[in-house]
Design a protein around this ligand. Structure first.
Ligand SMILES: [Zn+2]
Length: 207
């Protein structure tokens, strides 16, 4: 069974940035459920088609299907993964625990206006998909971030509400009471500050 550190936070809080930075430093895998879901849908597999159908109809995806997407993504027995976007509710958590032990929880806090501002300027490294704001450049490549065309205020509002209503309450679920947890303020801390704090925190409980 793989070990997982879950990352929670509003859309554009910096989950992917931190997840990718930490995973590169400690040599584990970063898995974004959203990215894996899109890859699975694109593959045209039976699982991908089921997921696509429910996504298009704006219905919640079956937690078992979500878990299958995660399992495929992480090849089931990787020693440690940093995971964002799943699980985000109790039924999903029950499926998830069939494949992973949750060893830590990272909770990134951000003001909604900061997140909206970032979303409007959202960019990505054309080489490695590292996220950033348009005008900046990738820490690993000389390339400037290219704009991502998928921002719209409506989609941002939908994701922000999902976070407020569903995900934020779940982060306080008693199932995480005994799991080491770190809260990071993305308004005050730079990406590198968040990386440093997270690495110290991980060293405190892993191995
Ligand atoms: Zn890059």
């Amino acid at each position: 069974m793989g070990r997982a550190i879950l990352i929670f936070g509003n859309t554009n809080a910096g989950k992917t940035t931190l997840g990718m930075l930490v995973s590169r430093k400690i040599g584990c895998k970063y898995v974004s459920f959203g990215d894996q879901k899109r890859a699975e849908m694109k593959s045209g597999s039976a699982l991908g088609l089921r997921v696509e159908e429910r996504t298009k109809a704006a219905h919640p995806i079956d937690p078992n299907d979500c878990a299958q997407v995660m399992m495929i993504a992480s090849e089931t027995d990787i020693p440690l993964a940093i995971i964002s976007g799943f699980p985000i509710c109790e039924p999903e958590m029950r499926c998830f625990l069939n494949f992973f032990e949750v060893v830590g929880v990272i909770n990134i806090l951000v003001k909604e206006e900061t997140a909206l501002e970032r979303s409007r300027r959202r960019g990505v490294c054309p080489i490695c998909a590292f996220p950033g704001c348009v005008g900046g450049s990738c820490p690993e490549h000389p390339e400037l971030f290219v704009p991502r065309s998928d921002h719209c205020d409506e989609e941002f509002k939908r994701r922000a509400e999902l976070y407020r209503v569903r995900i934020l309450p779940f982060v306080s679920n008693p199932c995480f009471d005994k799991v080491p947890r770190i809260d990071l303020d993305s308004d005050r801390l730079s990406a590198n500050d968040m990386l440093d704090k997270t690495l110290v925190w991980i060293q405190g409980f892993l191995k």
